[in-house]
Design a protein around this ligand. Structure first.
Ligand code: PRT
Ligand code: ZN
Length: 223
C-alpha cells in the first residue's frame, strides 16, 4: 500500500451521521477547509483530511486503503464484513461513538399472532441487510426467503412482496405508520470509528494514536 503522511477519514457526506461526526471531530481539535466540490476536506491544523461519501461506500474505502479510518454505522460495517469475500481486508471497530443509535429488527404485520422466530420458517423477509439477516436466520436454524431491497423496506408487506421485514428502527414511528410490530432485535447499532485490523506504522499511526486519545477524552466527558 502506498504510504501517506496524512490521515484520511471517510465520513457520510449528507445524512444522519454527518453533523454529529463533524461535531465530534471538531471537539477533538480538528478543523477543515472545505473544498469546492465538497468531496475532500483538507485538515488545517493537524494532518487529518476528510473524504465525504455515501455511508455504504465507507467500509470499502478503508478495505481498499483509500482511507485510513471511517465513521459509519455498525450496521453498515457488519453488513460489509458479512457480504464481502474472505479475500477482502478485515476491518475492525476501533471505538463506539455514542451517536446514530438504532437497532436492526424484524417486524411483522400487526395482525399476525407472532410468538417466536420459528414462525418465520418458509416466509419471505424484506431487508437491505441480507448478510446480517442471513446470519441471524442461520443461527436460529430458520429457512426463510430473503428479499433484498435497496429502500422503502417497510412497505413490502403491504405490497405483498414480503411477509415480514428486517430494518433499522429508532423511535418505532415508521413501523407503527406501516401497521408493523417489532418482534426481534438482531443488532444494536450506533456510529463507530472503523479502521483496518492492522493499523499503519508510519506518521499516520502516530496521528491515529493521538486522535484515539482525544476521542476517548471527548467520549468520556460526554458520558
Ligand atoms: O446517502 P447515504 O447512503 O449516505 O445515506 P443513507 O440514507 O443510507 O443513511 P442515513 O443517513 O439514513 O443513515 C445513516 C446511518 O444512521 C444508518 O446506517 C444507521 O447507522 C443510523 N441510523 C440511526 C438510522 C436511523 N437511526 C434510522 N432511524 N438509519 C436509518 N433510519 C431509518 C430506518 O431505515 C427507517 O426507515 O429511519 C426509519 C426508522 O426510524 P423510526 O424513528 O421511525 O423508527
Ligand atoms: Zn446509505
Amino acid at each position: 500500500m502506498k504510504t501517506r503522511d496524512r490521515l484520511r477519514i471517510a465520513m457520510q457526506k449528507s445524512g444522519r451521521l454527518t453533523e454529529p461526526a463533524l461535531e465530534l471531530l471538531t471537539r477533538c481539535g480538528l478543523t477543515f477547509r472545505q473544498s469546492r466540490d465538497k468531496l475532500f476536506c483538507f485538515g488545517e491544523g493537524e494532518p487529518v483530511d476528510l473524504l465525504l461519501v455515501r455511508d455504504d461506500d465507507i467500509p470499502g474505502l478503508i478495505a481498499q486503503g483509500v482511507c485510513d479510518l471511517g465513521i459509519v454505522g455498525r450496521n453498515v460495517l457488519s453488513e460489509f464484513q458479512l457480504t464481502t469475500g474472505r479475500d477482502a481486508e478485515p476491518l475492525s471497530e476501533l471505538r463506539p461513538l455514542g451517536f446514530g443509535r438504532c437497532r436492526l429488527s424484524i417486524a411483522v404485520p400487526q395482525e399476525l399472532d407472532y410468538r417466536e422466530p420459528a414462525q418465520l420458517e418458509g416466509r419471505r423477509i424484506a431487508t437491505s441487510y441480507p448478510g446480517l439477516l442471513g446470519e441471524w436466520l442461520r443461527t436460529q436454524g430458520i429457512a426463510a426467503g430473503v428479499v433484498t431491497l435497496a429502500g422503502s423496506v417497510e412497505i413490502a408487506p403491504k405490497l405483498g412482496t414480503a411477509d415480514a421485514i428486517c430494518d433499522l428502527v429508532q423511535s418505532g414511528g415508521t413501523l407503527v405508520a406501516n401497521q408493523l410490530r417489532e418482534t426481534e432485535v438482531l443488532l444494536q447499532s450506533e456510529a463507530v470509528l472503523a479502521g483496518p485490523l492492522t493499523l499503519p506504522v508510519d506518521e499516520r499511526g502516530d496521528m491515529l494514536e493521538l486522535l484515539l486519545k482525544r476521542l476517548d477524552g471527548v467520549i468520556q466527558v460526554r458520558e
